[in-house]
Design a protein around this ligand. Structure first.
Ligand code: CP3
Length: 339
């Protein structure tokens, strides 16, 4: 079994399997070179040859144990028919939210729109080294809805929470649309060749406890149930950033195969909260990676030491920063694997 899937199956590995969130992207000169030739970010996501190339870039350069599909969580609103644009330096901008038209978009039309993503998977699959695990992903309904409601990519979910308080019925309709389209999307990714999927709940921290359960965890459970009813053996990782205090509840509600941790989470506590058979993933501070030096080694050693009795995938606690030097990534991989 590949090492990353061995960890997901509940086994302890030495050295640890490792991949980094956002490992494909702007910190890589080869990504910036390729990106400068395409007019906008979404056209890169929908260009199978280029998206496959970008997926493979960090594998070639560093030899990570996992390759994450190059795409974005916002291809779902785009496929549902809500306009999505990425403007340089400003993050995503979305068009008007129209629930009726989203609800009227059929499964075939959505998957058809996303077909370039499935073609990307097909290309990557045929050129990935055999020991590397291929990960697909989607955003969790709450995180995706927060962009759809705010219409922009500011790190601020006020508009989405206000929508919930003032239009709870519409909020639930939107979450349901996203649950269904995410199930279809993930199943099609698996059909095309990904071996593991991760659900990104990047904005879990903005929810009160009962809203976390209603808008995040129960919808994520439905997605996992939907995927597992078709592909029971495909592991699902849930990464709910900023929800460290709820790990036990996240586990009992979603029944994920693994949980991603951000760097605020204490590892001893996390292992206790999820139990010894559940794989954990994380949780190096991306700023430690950006900083490098002795501090980086020290942070890596701490994670290795504390995770020793738990099935574990080494990762960052959030995406890699675009200013991160290549040499720090090399240093980190060496420290994780050989020290
Ligand atoms: O390497 C990988 O991890 C795979 C590709 C990937 C991207 N986005 C590429 C990307 C993945 C898994 C994502 C997920 C994603 N996208 C999330 C969840 C994870 C997280 O970071 O919390 C979110 C919230 C998004 C939405 C998104 N996409 C935003 C807010 C932005 C703009 C922010 C910024 O950094 O500019 C993006 C754009 C984006 N997605 C880029 C990349 C490489 C940069 C775009 C560019 O090249 O111009």
């Amino acid at each position: 079994m590949k090492i990353l899937q061995n960890a997901l199956a509940g086994n302890i590995n030495n050295p640890l399997p490792v991949w980094f969130m956002r490992q494909a992207g702007r910190y890589l000169p080869e990504y910036r070179a390729l990106r400068s030739d395409v007019p906008n970010f979404l056209s890169l996501c929908y260009n199978p040859k280029l998206a496959a190339e970008v997926t493979l870039q960090p594998i070639r350069r560093f030899g990570f144990d996992g390759a994450i599909l190059f795409s974005d969580i916002l291809v779902i609103p785009d496929a549902l028919g809500q306009e999505v644009r990425f403007e340089a330096g400003e993050g995503p901008k979305l068009g008007k939210l129209d629930l009726d038209s989203l609800e009227n978009k059929g499964k075939d039309a959505i998957l058809n729109h996303l077909n370039p993503v499935f073609e990307t998977i097909d290309i990557v699959k045929s050129s990935l080294p055999k020991e590397v695990t291929f990960l697909g992903f989607c955003g969790a309904p709450w995180t995706v809805s927060s962009y759809m409601i705010a219409g922009k990519g500011k790190d601020d979910q006020d508009a989405a929470r206000q929508y919930y308080y003032t239009q709870p019925i519409e909020m639930n309709r939107l979450i349901e649309i996203l649950v269904q389209s995410s199930i279809d999307y993930l199943c099609q990714q698996i059909q095309a060749g990904v071996e593991v999927v991760q659900i990104f709940e990047s904005w879990a921290s903005s929810l009160s406890p009962h809203m976390l359960e209603e808008l995040s965890l129960k919808p994520i459970r439905k997605i996992i149930e939907g995927v597992k009813s078709k592909y029971p053996d495909v592991p699902v990782i849930v990464f709910a950033k900023g929800a460290g205090q709820y790990l036990n509840q996240i586990q009992s509600i979603t029944k994920a195969d693994a949980q991603g941790l951000d760097w605020s989470v204490d590892i001893d506590y996390a292992c206790q909260a999820v139990g010894q058979n559940i794989c954990l993933q994380g949780n190096l501070d991306p700023i430690a990676l950006l900083s490098g030096g002795i501090a980086l080694d020290k942070e890596i050693d701490l994670i290795k030491e504390k995770s020793i009795n738990q099935p574990w995938i080494f990762n960052l606690g959030h995406g890699i920063r675009k200013e991160t030097p290549i040499s720090h990534v090399e240093q980190a991989l060496h420290r994780i694997r050989h020290c």
